[in-house]
Design a protein around this ligand. Structure first.
Ligand code: PMP
Length: 386
């Protein structure tokens, strides 16, 4: 089948594999060791850190390597739990109701274990957080705002640059889950004014099992007080555990490739994504079925095409399509046929609509898009005839 589930994960770039294999053959060392092999590992790690930093407009000293964006998100909320408010009121957090589960569950835990208050900002049917609603939700006791840059289920872009400015003005910490944005959107940590940015390598053709949290000095200080993992004191004492250097090397190479190809791949994936959506729509509009894009047409990355089709069963449709196109109904984290908090938030009734999410990547070809259009349309027509 054609692979169109690039939001769940992307295929590793052959050049990334090559960089990892070449490194591993040359140096089996632990970066903390005093010998030559250790020094080589440390050098490789430094280079990778530099590449990751450059991709997101940060300084290498701000990069903390971790296992992925889930860990990075968890670390942010774990760190914030050490920051008890100066005031007598309950500490307060603001996030949105369309965040990744790793953010939502971390918020929930702080509510349940420490009794903190959390505001889950709603979104409109466009799947975008309203800046004004965020401003109104801010309180003197708000400690942290956490808003994702690009949504993983419907591809909508959030106004994080505006939110960053507001948080800065109000002296509130700001976290951005950028797992779905890196390599697709130009990111500059300095412009963004964020205190923490979560990144995952496997979402942009890097290896699975590595990511990073990019931190401001203030966030670094909090993590130092409450690291998620304690032990050997790697990553400047912020994240214990031997850094998997071959994965870091691959992460670095993937970052370099993403930076070099950003503009090019943005234009290509955007064009292909639009072509894919309109290709299906055109075929179905001839009396077959009604199809709509989920989320804003403008405020989105076109590498994510999430659609709903009226009057068709989602499970049956997916069964028809999956032998020919690997796609999903919402997110891999929610499981294939389970409900979705994001679709619910934008008012999509999944009992009346089939929802399909397609994720294009830098490696998706025009020919694959053609095959996918044909397969999706044929599957829908078949279900309509039954
Ligand atoms: N945040 C978002 C927005 C994501 O899409 C994902 C991956 N589904 C994660 C966090 C978790 O990333 P990882 O797989 O690296 O733990």
């Amino acid at each position: 089948p054609v692979y169109l589930d690039g939001n769940a994960t992307t295929p590793i770039d052959p050049q990334v594999v090559q960089s990892m294999a070449a490194y591993d053959q040359r140096s089996p060392g632990n970066p903390s060791s005093a010998h030559v092999h250790g020094a080589r590992a440390e050098t490789a790690l430094r280079a990778a850190r530099g590449e990751v930093a450059q991709l997101v407009g940060a300084d290498p000293s701000q990069v903390i390597f971790m296992s992925g964006a889930t860990e990075a998100n968890n670390q942010v909320f774990h760190a914030i739990s050490s920051k008890t408010g100066k005031q007598t009121a309950k500490p307060h957090l603001i996030t949105s109701c369309i965040e990744h589960k790793s953010v939502l569950d971390a918020c929930c835990r702080l509510q349940e274990t420490l009794g903190w208050d959390v505001t889950y900002l709603p979104v409109g049917s466009d799947g975008v957080v309203r800046v004004q609603a965020l401003e109104e939700a801010l309180r003197p006791e708000t400690l942290l705002v956490s808003i994702m840059l690009v949504n993983n289920e419907i591809g909508t872009r959030q106004p994080v640059w505006q939110i960053g400015r507001i948080c800065k003005d109000r002296g509130v910490l700001f976290h951005v889950d950028a797992a779905q944005a890196v390599g697709k959107v130009h990111i500059d940590m300095r412009q963004l004014q964020a205190d923490a940015l979560s990144v995952s390598a496997h979402k942009f053709h890097g290896p699975k099992g590595i990511g990073a949290l990019i931190v401001s000095p203030h966030m670094e200080q909090l993590i130092r007080q409450t690291p998620l993992l304690v032990g050997g004191g790697q990553e400047r004492g912020l994240r214990s555990g031997t850094v998997p250097v071959p994965l870091a090397v691959g992460f670095g190479r993937a970052s370099q490739l993403a930076r070099e190809q950003l503009l090019h791949s943005l234009a290509d994936a955007g064009e292909l994504g639009k072509k894919f959506f309109h290709g299906i729509k055109k075929e179905l509009e001839q009396g077959v079925a009604e199809i709509c894009l989920n989320g804003s047409y403008e405020e989105r990355v076109w590498s994510n095409v999430s659609v709903r089709i009226r009057g068709i069963d989602g499970g049956e449709l997916l069964q028809q399509i999956l032998p020919r196109v690997s796609c999903s109904s919402s997110s891999a984290c929610n499981g294939a046929f389970h409900g979705s908090h994001v679709l619910e938030a934008i008012g999509v009734d999944t009992s009346r609509n089939a929802v399909l999410r397609f994720g294009l990547t830098r490696m998706t070809t025009g020919a694959e898009v053609e095959i996918a259009i044909e397969s999706v349309v044929a599957s829908i027509k078949k279900l309509r005839q039954l």
